[in-house]
Design a protein around this ligand. Sequence first.
Ligand SMILES: *Cc1c(COP(=O)(O)O)cnc(C)c1O
Length: 391
Amino acid sequence: MSHKHLETKAIRIAASKSNQREHSAPLYLTSSFTFDSAEEARQMFAEEIEGNIYSRYANPNSSDLIQKVCALEGTEDGIATASGMAAMFGSIASLLSQGDHILAARSLFGSTHQLLTRVFPKWGITSTYGDISDILNWERLIQPNTKMIFIETPSNPGLEIIDLEWIGKFAEAHHLILVVDNCFATPYLQQPAKWGAQVVTHSATKYIDGQGRVLGGLILGQKNLMDEVQFFTRHTGPSISPFNAWILAKSMETLPVRMDRHCESALKIAAYFKDNKDLEAVKYPFLPSHPQYELAKKQMSQGGGIITLNLKGGLSRAQRFIDQLQMISITANLGDSRSIITHPASTTHSKLSEAEREKVGISDGLIRLSVGLEHHEDILTDIERALEQTR
Ligand SMILES: *Cc1c(COP(=O)(O)O)cnc(C)c1O
């Protein structure tokens, strides 16, 4: 079949079919599936034959979603979960045991940071943070019990880029499981498995849904590791609902065109504001002033839909600026068709101490802009007017 390009794969791979000859994938709202005989039931439970048993294990809608995302990521298998955090938690909880240690990049999503610092230590799984500016010295941070590396690139909200080729080789040399949260880039812009990541995680809530409707998460990777993850999720139950999986599988069909527009507009907006006198800095992976611009170009096909703006005037200016916006929504989500502004220091990353925030570049003046699918000039105008009114 002619499924060569990511755009075609996202649409044509794995649309479940019932016997009604529907063109669009149907929704399988069923908790369980029937067997033709007692013997068939036995064989399925014994994994001698494949098939759907119970929607906590798998459902045609979640299988569709997994197959589509795997086709783009280049991963062998996976699990869809009820939220991104269920995926982050499940990837760690299923693959590590008491006494194991994680080496993590410091710049991580707020709740992932809470998992590593407050949840997993309760079960004897500890973590150390490494600074990515000092990545060549990460060797020093490896402990005898280190089993996993956990990173995000680009990171939320710092937009730090980690060299996937380097870290893939580093993980392999030290026999560590490399987990990459690929939420910001999406499988359309970057495929960490290509660089040696054994596990790729997603908050599908963001760009994969792309319209701010449902929660979902994904854990993808090598078959042998996914067997362990499947065992864990099957018996602990963080499964995605068939409805959310159906929404997300459908959304995958438009991911490439949406991402093209998000990226094109984000680059235009970042370039427009780069020398603005009200801003200390504008950060965007594909802006040549980004400290890791070359690296971003090497491992991402486009720069993504997130920009950070560092306002002069700290917290009070940042808050006044947000309040002056007329179109852009104030909400904690990202990757929506609507442009969204977030103040990480007082919301998504408020549970971090000021010192922790400082280390990952989340100053009080930092604004995260998720560039939506509106016309870029309307987004620009809203920002420009709000900046002028708070001068
Ligand atoms: C939002 C987000 C998560 C958590 O996903 P939920 O679907 O909200 O549970 C994890 N990682 C990153 C990078 C995110 O942006």
